[in-house]
Design a binder for this molecule. Sequence first.
Ligand code: AMP
Length: 527
Amino acid sequence: MNEIIHKVKQYAKKKSGSIAYTVYDEMKTDELLESDYTIDSLTWEELDKYSDRLAGYKSIYTKSREPLIVYGHKSKYMIVCFMACAKSGHTYIPVDVSIPISRMEDIIDSVKPEMILATEDGNFPLPMNCKYLSPKSIESISHDEQYKVAEGISVKLKDTFYIIFTSGSTGKPKGVQISTECLTNYINWAKNMGGGISQHTYRFLNQAPFSFDLSVMDIYLSLYTGGTICAITKNVQKSLKLLYKVLSEIDINIWVSTPSFADVCLSDRCFNNTLLKHLKSFLFCGEILTNRTAMKLHENFSESIIVNTYGPTESTVCVTQIVIDEEILNAYSPLPVGVAKPGTWIFIVDKDGNHLPEGEQGEIVIVGDTVSIGYYKNEEQTKKVFSRYTIDGKEYRLYHTGDKGYLKDGQLFYCGRIDFQIKLHGYRIEIEDIENNLVRVSCVQKAVVLPNFDNSNRVKSLTAYLVYKKDGIEEESSDFQLSQKIKSELKQFVPEYMVPKKIKFVDSIPMTMNGKVDRKALEGNQK
Ligand code: AMP
């Protein structure tokens, strides 16, 4: 049996009534106000039973083993659906509600799913022959004992366990395929991070949306070790007051988030060991962890361990780790991202693929047992960045990250991107993805987007430089009105976090001698 499903079954027997998943949401105004948030939970037994039934239901209707989309936010039925897909031999594709309809359409178009399991209602159009399982149906099937899952049809070791869609430079998202094998190799290493997770039953913070692979870290570490996933919805995260209130109740042991989210929490002095009394470790991934953030966390949480990890979705969450203790904090600025896990090798290469010695900066290449087989139904993009590499007679997959870095003292250091991919508040964005969608906005003729950096070389915001179509706008519109109109139209095509904060109108986009956009000239314009 699939190792992950096996673990869930074991815990369902051993600790049936204990909580596997709990979600904290903002209280809706029409509900009676006792406190300002609601809690909804799922026991281990429920998780196993509900997902068995759902898997039994689905397998009646879908004979093929094609990927299925699971749409929603943090409902407990999301986890039920993930497990149901795995039990019925389907890869699952998590899509968060924050994704605009047109992006959902792109994903549907590329996947052509036979069924969409929606734990929240969405407004996306359904393709022909695609079944829609509504939130109500998911709930009622989960409670209906007539459905039973057949033996032996679960997702196998080499099968794709999940596909996560990330921003793609063409303007269309790319689906990264992660097999059960990659996922289990990852968890078997990650469960020892930060002094070890596997010996205890911890409560894990789930902050990232399920469509972001950082969430894989907390979901599967918790499912694997019999812990509790403590999810907080976007509405809880939006209001600092509510967030602190929830954090004071949630009693988490393992914090999993981007450094940006920790920065948000650090904006109030109450974010310390008194608020989170039993916090053992912070596990960070997805973007630069600055010395400043790590130092503040050390001051506020003297008993907790800070772990910096690095890796892209294409190599299953992360492949390096380092505990940021005071010694490391004082010795390095910027901080290292750590040492590769067993079964993974990190090389630094020049543009011709030659390996560079320690200290020299080049592209970070990852070789190992958690590297994806490539992008779903996208040979062209897959060939560009994935290949094979033999070590000691064994062949492994290799991934060109597009990240710049160097090795020093045996540690990997990250120094930004080679291409136009960036991280903004933890979200991975291809700048060209925004540009290609900006020109879909009715009054935009040409678009170039530039990131603005803070002192730690982290992207703090985006500026779009636009040439507008004179005939596409009303004469009397001010630049402000026009910017608002463009932003709101752009939101139909890309998630809100991809909408540039500033918009500047220019008569033309400057070009270099060889006909490329002169980003440097525009950068000068930014100051
Ligand atoms: P994602 O696929 O969303 O996890 O994004 C992967 C990218 O995030 C990597 O290729 C890096 O550019 C960046 N990243 C991940 N971890 C770190 C880290 N610890 N420090 C700096 N950048 C990181």
